[in-house]
Design a binder for this molecule. Sequence first.
Ligand code: NAP
Length: 476
Amino acid sequence: MNPARAAVIGNPVSQSLSPGIFLFISHHLKISNFDYDAEKVEPENLDKFITNVKKDQNTIGLNVTIPHKESVLSKLDQLTPEVRLIGAANVIQKSKHRLIGHNTDVHGIERTLEKHKCHITGKRVFVLGAGGAARAVAFVLGTQKAKQVEFLNNNFDRAEALSQSFAQAFPTTQFRAISQLPPEKSTDPIHLLINSTPLGMKGHPTTKKGELASDYFARFYDSLSHSISKNAYAFDLIYRPEQTPFLLTAKKLGITPMGGLDMLVEQAIQTWRIWQGPHPELDRIQSQLMDYLKHRPLFLSGFMGVGKTTIGPILAKKMGWQFLDIDSLIEQKSGMSISQIFETQGESGFREIEHKIISQYCLKPRTVIALGGGALSILSTRKMIEKSGQLIFLAAQPETLLERLKAQPNHRPLLKKILAKPNFPRIDPRTDIDAQIVHLTSFLRQRETDYNRAPLRIDTDNLTPEMVVQQIVEKI
Ligand code: NAP
């Protein structure tokens, strides 16, 4: 039977956590016939993509991210009431060739408030931002009958338009756009502050005017200090980093923080229910999924001899994580050395075993995993690794590699194979260093395309293992 298929579509999507989340869910529910990928779709190709999805028998749904959340609506057959009012869908369900647009951010926000026992009925709420996520926030605040909601946004007109449309839909709640801080005096204290802008997210360190997020939020809370209730909550929709400037400042002021990871996990679980129906295990795996997302594995890739098994344990120790070396696990589990597996089952047999072993460990939180030099050459293995954790390329020049490799050539079947290739008959592994380097360089070039896909590359040539670890910790 062909696997059921889903994907996240948008641009950019390469750093999306969704493929890892759905790999985690399907793995823990023991559902093997389910595939999920990240698909980069440019705006001009959205129409064609959606038409193909309608025709494709195996696709059961899509996640939709920037820039298609709004533009996709006109291509769908049915919209939920939330989607109609919010004007954006983040999930598409395919039901008998019909496409139904959902907004699971609403569910994620509701469940986060519920989990933290943050009750907003009859309360005053202050919201930063007026984009798509702020509209989902407004929907929840309206349905839960908050008393008063103020929106502050760079672009005042956008906040004004949002307030007006939600004021019409939810007459019990007073929605208002404000143009600057502090807001007008009100008898009601603010019970909940929400950041629905990317300010403070990885890659968004400053306001549009160039002020540092931490400085901006210090000013923000200061100007609201007389209006914030004693039992107030602060909810940042951002999930990377976990401790955002918005939440760190709130904490210092004794305000209860709520991060965006709860919302992310809740909306993903809800998405699974929409596509695949309820499952008794879904609630149970939620806390495990959260733990995994906070501590996704780090994969060290690179040519053999680059130092993955030296650097890995030092990195793991520094992070308080465990270290796993895939080659050692393969030897332990198969009861054979890597050389024996190559000799008896060939490279393809070895790659199959390698794929199986990686699939058993790739979703383990708090793990540093050293990959074999050729692990990324198999597409299905590479995709599984890219979905489940952060891939790091440890690079080195051929001369450095050869020097390091010479220390232990017997454990390196591929090196022996490379140096013994018939089209390089002149090479004597003990003496002909130049020819070996030429050969190694050409082999390295073939693999470098795979290695270079890693979002993080560390050039290790002139660095000690400790220095490499330091760079990794600073950059991840
Ligand atoms: P969006 O539609 O692009 O809206 C962004 C909003 O933030 C707009 O109001 C924009 O102001 C404002 N903004 C942009 N850059 C800013 C900056 N540097 N300083 C201050 N304000 C800025 O994005 P969105 O979909 O609403 O997403 C907003 C945030 O929510 C993102 O960080 C996203 O990751 C997060 N989110 C989290 C979840 C979750 O599951 N946890 C789900 C959805 C979204 P203008 O109107 O003036 O441009």
